[in-house]
Design a protein around this ligand. Sequence first.
Ligand SMILES: N[C@@H](CCC(=O)N[C@@H](CS)C(=O)NCC(=O)O)C(=O)O
Length: 204
Amino acid sequence: MKLHGDIISPFVRMCLVTAQEVGLGGKVEQVQTRADPTTVNQTLSALSPVGKVPVLVTDHNHPLYDSRVIIEYLCHVSGNKTLIPDDGVKRFRVLTLQALGQAIAEAGVAFRYETAVRPQGLQWREWIARHELRVKAEFDDLEKTWAKDLSELTSGSIAVAVALSYLDFRIPDWQWRKDRPLLQAFHDAFSRRPSMQATALKPA
Ligand SMILES: N[C@@H](CCC(=O)N[C@@H](CS)C(=O)NCC(=O)O)C(=O)O
């Protein structure tokens, strides 16, 4: 299987961490593919009309996107039933936690595009402020209501750990650790997992 993307993308890294956790690390080959919000990457566009990373090309040559679908596919082909449990109550709790992690990653990537890629005169202050408010609410909710769920290895805890690591790398000013000891303890422990170590982001 070939996973197109750049590991700096939190969505790509969520897939790579999942691959390691379900025992498919050796079967998923990462193909360095960059996606830029202002230019078309022809390789990527040929695989997906969305034109974003990640895209997984299966051994049967089917392109799959987005990261949530790829993660579910990796669980499916490996026979893993714990990262996304079948049981109803648990399943939707895990998927909601995954959505929360994905939302933090989306806000981080959008903020990064707006502040680092968009020309200064065109930046939209209110929009940036809205993202900062949104992530603050998300961090607080993780601290207040999700500590027990985060203690389990699921697609939810993977998404949150990877999203927070992305913020450490790109937007340390958001200071998600401040006054959130449970979230910090979760991230410290999760970051020691071999899957996170093997995919750690290195400063350029
Ligand atoms: N919902 C998508 C989000 C993917 C995404 O936003 N990828 C970014 C990189 S982090 C991208 O490809 N951006 C290029 C663009 O916006 O054109 C997923 O979960 O895979």
